[in-house]
Each structure stands twice: as C-alpha cells, then as structure tokens.
Design a protein. Sequence first.
Length: 160
Amino acid sequence: MNAPATSRFSPVLIWGITAVTVLITAFVLWLGWPAEAAELPAGAGEVEVHFIDDELTTPAPTGETDGWFGGLSTPCDFDSWYVESAGTAFCATLGESRGTVTVNRAGNRIDLPAEAQKAITGWAADEGGTQPPARALLVLGGEPVGIVDLAGPAVATPAR
C-alpha cells in the first residue's frame, strides 16, 4: 500500500542549518554590540598620544554614539575618529601614535605632569611640516579620553 510521507531533509541537516544560522546571528550581534566609552581611571594612567591634523578635521553634530556597527553609524569617514569635547564634536584625522604618557585624572580634570608636557611638546616640534600640530588626542584602549591644546599643555579637556 502507500507508505507514510517522510521529509526529504534529514534531521541532521535541519539541525546543522539551524546551528549555523544561530552562530552567524550571535557573531553579528557580538560584532556590532555598542562599545562602552573608555574612561580614564582616577589617579595616574597611561594614554597614547596622537596629533590631530586640523587641516583635515571637520565639524560634526554632537550626541552621536557608536551604534550596532561601531564607527559605521557615526557621521565620520572610515579614516577619521568621532570626538566630542567641551560641548563640540568633530571628525578628527589623526597621525600615528607618537608614544605614551602618564596623566592624572581627578574628577573631570585631566592634568599632565611636567614629563608628559615635555614629551608632547617635543613630539610636536619633531613633527615638522608646514603647520605644526596645535592639538593632541589622548587615547586609552582605542577610545579618545582627552584633548591637549599644545599652547597650554598642562591640562587636557576630557573627550569621548
């Protein structure tokens, strides 16, 4: 007589497709999960120093945050950093890391000891070019934490 109808797909194939789909979904969600902003710990901390190229830096709207796909959701190009500081925002084009310095944070204030000031102004003098850098971005764990105005490098303005 007639045999009962069976599925053309084996249960192993169905479970395999389901498992791969779940893994791909989990990877995409993990990759695109919004990152927490870096925060400089209270007291002394090591930060990287990058000089900001003001000729290539453009203004941006404030209040932007990394979305599900990180920097792709901010108003900046792929080769610039979105930085907010002192109520303004901009897309900063940065040079290579010039080195690390130790800074001190107390509340919302970031102080640069004399050694850090000397290192940053020395690196700026070595930078050369037609226009020496006017600002440096302090970076912790790949995230901006402060901006140093090289005209008065004793204090950095907090950034995110």
